[in-house]
Structures are given as C-alpha cells and as structure tokens.
Design a protein around this ligand. Structure first.
Ligand code: ZN
Length: 319
C-alpha cells in the first residue's frame, strides 16, 4: 500500500539537549529530556519507525527496502541517502566538522560524508552559531588551538534569528550554540569530528572525546563565507514557497501554507516533509493525513501528486 507515511522518531539524549521537543511539539521524549529527534532516518544509529497506517510499528527502512521501486523510484537502491532531524540546543553543541564522501569512505568504513542544512525553527534573543574559521586560519594554527583549547578565538560567530537557514557543506567547522531549535536535513551519516567541547563533562564527570587529527584533515580552511542570498519567494494560490537549500545531495523548499497547495512530482523520487509550525494535512487520493508542528512524513516515490492543506510552515525536501 502506498500512502504518505508519518514517522515516529528516535530520540538522542546528548548533554546539550533540553525539553523543547516536548513543550513545543508534544513529543514523548524519555525522562523529559532530549537533544535530537531523528524524524526520518534509515541510519543504523537511529532507525525511525512508522507512526500510522498499514505499516504502523514497522521500521521505516524495512518498509522502504521491501519495495524500493514504489518507495524510492528505483529497483536497485543502496543506502537511504538522507536524514531529517530536530535539534533542541538548550546548551551549545561542540565545535565540529564532518568529512566529505571521499574522506569518510576511506576513514569511516564506507560511511557517507555529511553535508547538512539548518532551518531555524526558533531562536532565543542573542542566539548565534559558529560558521567556519576566521580568514587566514591555517591547518597548523587550527590544530594547535584545538589541542590547547583556545579554538574560540579562531571561530567565525554569526547571529541567528527564527526563520534563517544555513547550508553547511562537509568540511565547514561549525557549531549550533545555545537557545536554538533547528530542523536539519543532511546526508545520512553520523560521523562528526569534535574539535572543542568547552571543557564540559557529562553527569559522570567524563569529557567527550575530541577527534583533532581527523578534523584537521577533513576541515575546509576556505569555508569562512556563507551563502547569503536565497532564490526569491514564490507566491501562489494557497501559500508561498522558497528554496532554502540546493546542492548535489538535497533540495529543501520551505512552504508557508494558508489554504491548499497542490504538489506534483516525478515517480522516480521520494520526498520528505517536516512541519515546523501550525497544523494541516497531506491530502493524497482523497484522504487527509493530519499533522501538527513537529510531525514528519516520508512520501513514497510512487505518489506523483499530493496536496498540503491547513495553516502551517513546512519543509519539503528531496534528493
Ligand atoms: Zn553538523
């Protein structure tokens, strides 16, 4: 059976998390605390499952790989390429860098690289991110500063507000800082090289490991500038849309829906939806699949037309 598949996430309890996934989205986070929810994931570190319908309770990856033609639009499918997350950064994340595909293939047992994008769902006043290194920071300086715990003076800080989006190519030194609620679309990879963790310890007094040598090799020392202009917002009956990220791995389009928006798509691509504000429904074949903020759907490739209805903000992404 083919229908828009609402997913049930896997929660991750990293030290920087909070309770916003519960207070804002009503998610059943364990012990009232979570850093991330992996909303659409076929990565072995966090396999999400199906929340509703015929496949309810099954792992999303099992449903997808039992019928790759209908689900992914191709008979031969390798790894599922993308991952959608929500992140509640009550505290700041470590300063980190992700490898590209070539580096990860060699150093991480064939894992994918990790290019990612962030959409800022909510931001506390004064919130900021780390994006890239200050101009002129060499691999030698970067390594020494990471080893000495003095990296902060070489980081490029960028103020952030609700509604901003950021494209983070692999190799970009980055960090999400405190007070940010973020939706992330990324390559399906869990490889992170941590270079600075503010000398923090967990509840048992342990520091998290750093991966300085690999980070020095994986970092892009020219990644100091970010994409500052986006394609124009398009208005139509029932809402607006704007492409907020586009690269060889994914396209992400933000929709503000106020009414009904019709979407048609090829039968060769799956799509992913995550609602970030409001509520509505995905209409397919005359049936409404309701959602509210925080809900995500996997749209099988075989669905070639659907509608987004309601009053909501959502991100639509595809390969
Ligand atoms: Zn990252």
């Amino acid at each position: 059976m083919i229908y828009p598949i609402k997913t049930a996430p896997v929660f991750k309890q990293y030290i920087w998390g909070g309770d916003t996934l519960k207070t804002k989205f009503g998610k059943p986070i364990p012990d009232g605390f979570a850093a991330e929810s992996w909303e659409i994931s076929c990565h072995s570190d966090g396999l999400c499952s199906v929340a509703e319908g015929e496949y309810k309770g099954k792992l999303l990856c099992d449903v997808i790989f039992a019928n790759t033609k209908a689900m992914l639009g191709k008979e031969e499918a390798g790894v599922f390429p993308l991952l959608v997350k929500l992140l509640d950064a009550k505290d700041k994340l470590s300063v980190q860098v992700h490898p590209n595909d070539a580096f990860a293939a060699v150093h991480e047992n064939g894992e994918l690289g990790k290019t990612e994008m962030w959409y800022v769902v909510d931001a506390a006043p004064g919130a900021h991110i780390v994006y890239g290194l200050k101009k002129g920071t060499t691999p030698e300086v970067f390594k020494k500063a990471a080893q000495n715990g003095t990296l902060e003076e070489y980081l490029n800080y960028v103020p952030v507000k609700k509604g901003d989006s950021f494209f983070i190519p692999s190799g970009t030194v980055h960090a999400i800082c405190e007070g940010l609620l973020i939706a992330e679309i990324q390559q399906s990879s869990n490889t992170t090289y941590r270079v600075y963790d503010y000398n923090r310890t967990d509840k048992d007094g342990n520091k998290r490991p750093l991966h300085i040598d690999k980070a020095v090799l994986a970092a892009d020392y020219n990644a100091c500038g970010m994409q500052t202009s986006l394609p124009e917002k398009i208005s139509f009956e029932g809402g607006t849309s704007q492409i907020i990220a586009e690269c060889k791995y994914f396209t992400v389009i933000k929709y503000d829906v106020n009414g009904t928006v019709s979407i048609s798509k090829p039968d060769t691509k799956f799509e992913m939806l995550i609602c970030t504000e409001g509520r509505g429904a995905v209409e397919y074949n005359g049936t409404d699949y309701d959602f509210s903020a925080g809900d995500s759907f996997f749209i099988p490739a075989a669905i070639t037309a659907y509608k987004l209805k309601g009053k909501c903000e959502l991100l639509r992404s595809y390969e």
